[in-house]
Write a protein that binds this ligand. Structure first.
Ligand code: FES
Length: 287
């Protein structure tokens, strides 16, 4: 079943890919001028993707529309439909912010998701206009809202696919252990850690991005929490590293995310001179 649905979604690539690329261009141009609003929509303030939480509200409320129609409560169905349409619109804003930082297959499937949601929203809007324009209970607006619900469910399925199958807006360090064992740093053939620049080193299985100032070493995991971008290739901005892929920023002192699209902090590491003499060693910082 999953394979069939995936093939069905991916068969939409012929229109979804160019449309997604086009949408990404204008959304990026718009949102990258207003980082504060963009951050708010991603949910960095919440430490959780806002879109994942905000989509539950309209789906729940629009389920009520069907229930109220079924039990013959047209007034209550109208109120639920108005609330559902407004909540869908608000949820689309957070979705658009996340969508603007998708790439590849995730962008294509997110375009299918967004298109289905727009179709559902249009069906609901027509149903609502017909309901409000008539005092009689009509069949067509009820049918339209049921069809809208089916499209909404299909859209939610594809959206879930973007998050759970492709890992969009999922913390890249979700499964990383927080062991406190000191591990020797592999400097990749360099004699010592250079000063004043971002430097990539290996601590066991983990790559770190390191900034050295004298004997003070600040270190984070090298793979960006948002989508795995290489932080050692990013920009160094006053104690903060900016990811080269979508512009997330992390404080080097403790990994705190100071700008999205990431909503997660970056794992931070302690680095010290090796006790066995010569070289450096690192361990994951607690907290
Ligand atoms: S990978 Fe997206 S901001 Fe780093």
């Amino acid at each position: 079943m999953a394979r069939f649905l995936t093939r069905l979604i991916d068969a939409q690539a012929f229109w979804a890919k160019p449309l997604g690329d086009f949408n990404q261009r204008w959304l990026s141009a718009l949102l990258h001028r207003m980082w504060t609003i963009k951050d708010l929509l991603h949910g960095r303030w919440l430490g959780h993707p806002l879109h994942a939480a905000s989509t539950d509200l309209p789906i729940g409320v629009l389920t009520l529309v069907i229930v109220f129609d079924l039990i013959g409560q047209p007034g209550a169905a109208d109120v639920a439909l108005i609330a559902g349409v407004v909540l869908m619109g608000l949820s689309a804003l957070s979705g658009a912010a996340d969508y603007s930082d998708t790439d590849g297959t995730a962008r294509m499937r997110a375009t299918v998701h967004a298109t289905l949601m727009v179709v559902a929203l249009v069906l609901y809007a027509i149903s609502l206009a017909m309901r409000l324009g008539s005092v009689e209970v009509q069949t067509l607006p009820i049918v339209l809202s049921v069809v809208g619900y089916l499209v909404l469910t299909a859209g939610a399925f594809v959206g879930g696919d973007v998050a759970y199958v492709l890992g969009n807006m999922v913390n890249r360090h979700a499964f990383r252990g927080a062991g406190t064992k000191w591990v020797a740093l592999d400097l990749g053939g360099v004699d010592d850690i250079p000063e004043g620049q971002l430097f990539k080193a290996k601590a066991g299985a983990n790559n770190l991005v390191i900034l050295r100032t004298g004997e003070t070493i600040l270190a984070l995991h090298e793979q960006c929490a948002h989508a795995g971008g290489p932080l050692s290739q990013g920009a160094l901005l006053d104690g903060v590293v900016e990811c080269p892929w979508h512009g997330s920023r992390f404080r080097l002192a403790d990994g705190h995310a100071t700008r999205g699209p990431t909503v997660y902090d970056q794992p931070s590491y302690e680095v010290r001179r090796s006790e066995s003499g010569g070289g450096w060693e690192a361990r994951r910082a607690e907290g």
